[in-house]
Structure formats: structure tokens, C-alpha cells
Ligand binder design. Structure first.
Ligand code: NDP
Length: 247
């Protein structure tokens, strides 16, 4: 099981971690199928990958909609003949104190960060079970391991997918379906994620942290590449990735 020739579906591929991962995996011979809402960004990324000799395709998707996520996976199958890996990476991080009651943002995070991942899992599970093979990779966060002020709901969504992924791993092992699961716990990675924060004080604090310590999303791309590259009987199931300077 190496990256070369693997068909990898990536959600949240229009920027940040998803974009960096798409570029690296394609460079190493994967066939990447990219999903997000911003068509112009996906179009340009696919053109750039192809210009570098890689194989890529895209379809716009809102991960909140199960049918759209299923259609993305179906598109990957018709374009490249199957799906080996899904990277459930799309997410938003509108952090704020619970007392500020940004309840619409709470709902948005549940819908995108949890239900979006569930929709990805549901879209690939029938084939992965039938084939007794497949790899589900999901971006949680260090906020899925520890509780931080401002991360009440964001962290809750990331703790939720952590639990989901570990249960898929244990069920797959006991059911003999050989599905590999890799959960990522990144800390401060310089992407467009902070633009999803509407709370001014929360944004100011995050800007200061990321300006001081944030690292390039290529760091996460390399980890995803490593996880896929392992032999079929090896499941590297968790990675925590901090900037060296982040306390
Ligand atoms: P970006 O904002 O750069 O990327 C987020 C991606 O998610 C974009 O491609 C965006 O595309 C997509 N997205 C958001 N909402 C939806 C939706 N409803 N449907 C489809 N796609 C959607 O941030 P990152 O790269 O940092 O974020 C990627 C993941 O990493 C997220 O899950 C985030 O929580 C996680 N993470 C990031 C950390 C960081 O420090 N950057 C730390 C820990 C975890 P579009 O808007 O075009 O739909």
C-alpha cells in the first residue's frame, strides 16, 4: 500500500491542509479527487496539479449534504475506478466563549465538523466493507484532545470525531474488514481557518498565537502521505502535530 496510484478523495481541498495534501499526494503519484464549495479554487488547483504531471479531478461539495458527499465519492469511482482513501478534512473553527451564545455557529460546526465527517464515512463504507480494504483519515485537532477556553463547541466536534474514528478502528478490526483509520490532531497551522472566527476577541487571540508560532500546512500533508504509505497491515492511527515553538 503506497501512495502511488491510490485514489484519494479529499474534502476541504480548496485551501490550507487539504490543498497542501492534494499537491503532495499527487506529486507522489496518487489520483486525487478534490471537494469543497469554492469551485474557482478547486479548478485552479486541479489545473496546477495536472500541469505538474499529476492526476486530479474535482467536484464542488457541501459536506453538510450527504447526497453531495456520496456524489463526490461516486465521481471518484467513475473517474479513477474506485476509492482507496477518504480524507475527511473540511472544517470550520468559529471559536468564542460559550457565554457569547453564537448559537448559529455552534450548529454550523456540528453540521460541518461532525456530520460532514459522518457523511464521508457513510459514502465510502459500503465499498470498504465489501472490498475488506480502505483507509479513512480525518482531521480532528489538539482541541479534540484538550479543552481550551473558546473551544467549547469546536473542541466538542473534534472530540466527537476522535471517538468516531477510534470506534471505526476497533469495529473494523473485530469485523475483519481491514479498514485503516488515521486521526490527525494538528495545533497551529497557517491556513485560512482563522477567517471563520467572527468573535473579535477570539480572533485577536488566535491571530497572536498563529503569528507567533504557526507552521506551514505541508507538515500535515507529509503526515498523511506517511500514513497512506504504510503496508496494509500497519495502521498508524493517530498523529499529534505541534509547531516546535508552540507551548
Ligand atoms: P482552511 O479554512 O484553509 O480550509 C478549510 C477547508 O474546509 C476549505 O477547503 C473549505 O472550503 C472547506 N469547507 C468548509 N466548510 C465546508 C463545507 N460546508 N463543505 C465543504 N467544504 C467545506 O483551514 P484548514 O486547512 O486549517 O482546515 C482543515 C481542517 O483542519 C479543519 O477540519 C480544521 O478544523 C482542522 N484543523 C486546522 C488547524 C489549523 O491550525 N489550521 C488545527 C487543527 C485542526 P470551501 O470554503 O471552499 O468550502
Amino acid at each position: 500500500m503506497t501512495v502511488k496510484n491510490k485514489v484519494v478523495v479529499i474534502t476541504g481541498a480548496s485551501s490550507g491542509i487539504g490543498e497542501a495534501t492534494a499537491k503532495l499526494l499527487a506529486k507522489n503519484g496518487a489520483k486525487v479527487v478534490l471537494g469543497a464549495r469554492r469551485k474557482d479554487r478547486l479548478e485552479k488547483l486541479v489545473a496546477d496539479i495536472k500541469a505538474d504531471g499529476g492526476q486530479a479531478a474535482y467536484q464542488t461539495v457541501d459536506v453538510r449534504d450527504a447526497e453531495q458527499v456520496a456524489a463526490l465519492v461516486a465521481y471518484a469511482k467513475t473517474t479513477f475506478g474506485g476509492v482507496d482513501v477518504i480524507f475527511n478534512n473540511a472544517g470550520i473553527m468559529p471559536t468564542s466563549p460559550i457565554s457569547a451564545l453564537h448559537t448559529q455557529e455552534w450548529n454550523d460546526m456540528v453540521d460541518i465538523n461532525i456530520k460532514g465527517v459522518l457523511n464521508g464515512v457513510a459514502a465510502v463504507m459500503p465499498d470498504f466493507v465489501a472490498n475488506k480494504s480502505g483507509h479513512i483519515i480525518t482531521t480532528s485537532s489538539v482541541a479534540g484532545l484538550k479543552s481550551f477556553p473558546g473551544s467549547g463547541v469546536y473542541g466538542a466536534t473534534k472530540f466527537a470525531v476522535r471517538n468516531l474514528m477510534e470506534v471505526i478502528r476497533t469495529e473494523s478490526a473485530s469485523e475483519g474488514t481491514n479498514i485503516r483509520t488515521t486521526t490527525l490532531y494538528p495545533a497551529a497551522i497557517n491556513t485560512e481557518l482563522l477567517n471563520t472566527i467572527s468573535d473579535k476577541a477570539a480572533r485577536k487571540g488566535m491571530d497572536a498565537l498563529y503569528d507567533a508560532v504557526g507552521i506551514n500546512p505541508d507538515a500535515i500533508a507529509r503526515v498523511v502521505n506517511f500514513a497512506i504509505d504504510q503496508p496494509e497491515d500497519v495502521n498508524v492511527n493517530e498523529f499529534t502535530i505541534y509547531p516546535t515553538k508552540q507551548a
